[in-house]
Design a binder for this molecule. Structure first.
Ligand code: NAI
Ligand code: MG
Length: 333
């Protein structure tokens, strides 16, 4: 496997080395290609990502990405959006499940759902005009984009409870009628049960009764917001991994950003990055290694290794060591 490793900025430089340490412990045949992108690069060169960088990324099977800080430049074009579009990574997958000993705002552990977010269009189309008195962004919904994200959600539903919830706002935005119709058609053709919710109602229901949901499929911005909100159910933004799946490539990243408020302090929670690595291993077919990583994270938490975002006092290094030690112990058995 050829893996591009992008630490990015802020705590990306702390949590990605942690995930790479875990990967190295597994002893798999992986060629790592470090790629520098983001705010740091923009400061040095005026560009956060270049065409050459994109070529390097296209030459790799997959990407492990930390986070980048958005530069204060009105003409800045989002690196993440560029990568997602250029590599056509249309499905953003965010599993939301409780972890041992950590409790979120509801103090519950009876939920386990996945947000399947369309990743290339919607309100993140990048088609916009910014003016003094009026600014607008075009929200693009296509049949093709809706079909393939709905298809992805249905495939996932088949491995889970064979049902999806389609989240939209078609009562106000006519563009969502197309999304809703295509998702319904796709679910019916896959023989998957479906229902739908307006996004505002869904936000309420996810917080009041998260246990009722399994696979949720939605458009770009709604998925972004619902998944960050759902992090509060799990307990910290530092715990949520994600995958961006495309036709040829895949890209794995923690849901959180570069966290400048804690960057450089050595206290960032590496679990979101380590679980993103786990999703990468699953995607590549290294199922037993993925299971081992998940088990090691659970074991570290169960031992009480808790970073400050979860109310503890352990550092990034201590958490990483606990995960690595558990893997080594299991591998020796
Ligand atoms: P953020 O996710 O970086 O931080 C939000 C809060 O959560 C902060 O208090 C932070 O300390 C905490 N947090 C996040 N990850 C954590 C971890 N692993 N361990 C412990 N605490 C953690 O979001 P924010 O502050 O809105 O954005 C900061 C920068 O990151 C901005 O420049 C933003 O544009 C960028 N960003 C980048 C993303 C990416 O590259 N994928 C995603 C989101 C934001
Ligand atoms: Mg977000």
């Amino acid at each position: 496997m050829k893996l591009a490793v992008i630490e990015g900025d802020g705590i990306g430089k702390e949590v990605i080395p942690a995930a790479v340490e875990v990967l190295d412990t597994l002893g798999l045949d992986v060629e790592k290609v470090p790629v520098e992108l983001g705010y740091g690069k923009w400061e040095k060169t005026g560009q956060a990502i270049t065409d050459d960088d994109l070529e390097v990324l296209k030459g790799c099977d997959c990407i492990l990405f930390g986070a980048i800080t958005t530069p204060p430049d009105p003409n800045y074009k989002s690196v993440l959006l560029t990568i997602r579009k250029e590599l056509d990574m249309y499905a953003n997958i965010r599993p939301i499940r409780p972890l041992p000993t950590v409790r979120g705002i509801l103090d519950r552990s009876n939920f386990n759902f996945v947000i399947v977010r369309e990743n290339t269009e919607g309100l993140y189309s990048g088609i916009e005009e910014i003016g003094q008195d009026i600014s607008w962004t075009k929200r693009v919904i296509t049949r093709k984009g809706s079909e393939r994200i709905a298809g992805y959600a249905c495939k996932l539903a088949k491995e889970r409870k064979n049902r999806i919830v389609i989240v939209h706002k078609s009562n106000v935005m006519k563009s969502d009628k197309l999304f809703l119709d295509v998702c319904r058609e796709t679910a019916a053709s896959h023989d998957v049960d479906y229902s739908d919710e307006l996004v505002d109602t869904m936000a309420y229901k996810l917080i009041s009764s998260p246990e009722k949901y399994d696979v949720i499929v939605t458009t770009n911005l709604f998925g972004d917001i619902l998944s960050d909100m759902s992090a509060a159910l799990v307990g910290s933004l530092g715990l949520l991994p994600s995958a961006n799946i495309g036709t040829k490539h895949a890209f794995f990243e923690p849901v959180h950003g570069s966290a400048p408020d804690i960057a450089g302090k050595g206290i960032a929670n590496p679990i979101a990055a380590i679980l993103s690595l786990m999703m990468m291993l699953e995607w590549y077919g290294h199922m037993s290694e993925a299971a081992l990583v998940e088990e090691a994270v659970d074991a570290a938490l169960t031992e009480g290794i808790i970073t400050p975002d979860m109310g503890g006092a352990y550092t990034t290094k201590e958490m990483t060591c606990a995960v690595v030690d558990h893997i080594k112990k299991e591998m020796r058995k």
